[in-house]
Design a protein around this ligand. Sequence first.
Ligand SMILES: [Zn+2]
Length: 153
Amino acid sequence: MINTPHLLAGAAIGSEIHNPWIVAIAAIISHFILDSVPHAEYNIDGVKDGKIDKRFIKDFVKILLDLFFGLTLIVLFAYKSPYFNYIIEGALFGIFPDFLLFITYIFPLKLLKTIAEFHYKIHWFLGKKISGNILVMSQVIFSAVFILLLIEH
Ligand SMILES: [Zn+2]
């Protein structure tokens, strides 16, 4: 999924669980669970195997906007929460696997590549015929549910 639902999932976990270790682990697990739900993804074509081309700037802007949007939602909905630090921690661990993927593009180390392979395999639905509406709606619905969980506190 794109960054926003991952950030919101981690934030919702941080609002429910108040142990930093469990928040980190649960947020990382949430990432892989969400990635197994059929969803649309934007392309990151500007960087492959350590080589960066001019499309990288466009990709980078998309990622930054997505991060900014997700974090803004979290701050808007949870800034008053007494668990705000756990919420932010959860949000950051919620996107950690994609951060690792990004690092793997630039530094294709063996361990990182193994993790990336697992990360790709989670996307079992890729190449299958699934309606574009479902691929977009899945992210909207999950995001809405996580926001509800977040504002519940
Ligand atoms: Zn991912």
